[in-house]
Design a protein around this ligand. Sequence first.
Ligand SMILES: [Zn+2]
Length: 413
Amino acid sequence: MNTAFVKSARTSLMLSVLLLLMVSCGPAEPPVQSAAVAEPPVMETAVAVESESALIERARGIHERVIVMDTHVDINTANFTPDINYLQDLNTQVNLPKMDQGGMDVAWLVVYTGQGPLTEEGYNSAEANAMDKFSAIHRLVSEIAPDRIELATTSEDVRRIVASGKKVAMIGVENAYPLGEDISKIQDYYDMGARYISLSHNGHSQFSDSNTGERDDVWLHNGLSELGRQAIVEMNRLGILIDISHPSVEANRQAIELSRAPVIASHSSARALDPTVSRNLWDEELLAVRDNGGVVQAVAFRGYVDSEKHRAWREANEAGESAPPVDVNDFVDHIDYMVELIGIDHVGISGDFDGGGGVTGWNDASETFNITLELVRRGYSEEDIAKIWGGNILRVLDEAQQIAAQIQSEAGA
Ligand SMILES: [Zn+2]
């Protein structure tokens, strides 16, 4: 027998004994926990050896493969004409060249109406405003740029259009005020492509109290009105998502309780990180959305991300001094917070562009990759990022449409 072999065999035997001793000497831990303890060093090593350029490369690959969707983009209909439109890189935060540059695939364009008086006259002028916006979006996809962008109303549409290389427009309605008191018009909005509606904006509507009631603690309905309840039933029947971003805490509690389908917040962040912002959602509200199967789209409006920091920056700016602006890090802190609290399946992203935005590093659609890069830096996987950038809200839309089909078949039976 070769002595060298014996030596190495003995050495490996000794090593095995030593390893066994080390294992058995360790603290008695349940198997799951010790497995969790054993893994991180490997991951840490992998991350540590990845160079900055390799990380950026990896993030770019993820950004290209996942569907990147912003769920709240305002519009000005003056930018939807034959001469001035989204084919040009206008001075807007979202348009086709900026979407191309930043790899943004889908923009939910918003039919927004400011709150006015609850009168026939008020409803009529609100309706004219809403129809003007619906028409503008339809013009974009049918006349201005039909070979560049297409309207989607289902998750299948979104996947098909993205695969064809075109951009995707979807339609959300911010404030149900222009519906007046006629619930049957919700069907018209559905037929025009609307797939989410918020029952109020800033100021109480005929359907729902608004978050702005917190300013003076004056409420119109103590939540939803009877008309608001009917509107929710009708939205469930059609498969339109209920958007809880602007209504009051009590209205949202009632809406979630009443809705048969999961709800969304199309543009709201975590109120725990900035309790002064009544447009964000308390932990209790976030947890209610999770339990309801819905999704909260963190909003990159700088005044809602960190109102204190933004105020300090603005004041310094006005005084000709400098201060740190609200940036991508501050915004992604909201995503982290919400993912930690309610889970990866219930969080998404919105820019509130052309009506807000303003976060340094993601101040328009062309800078959209910076969000994916920051998510990759913070350890989110491709699967996580696909959910956050659009997978979650498409799942919720699918569920709302399945529930609508069920409601309609129950009614027909
Ligand atoms: Zn808004």
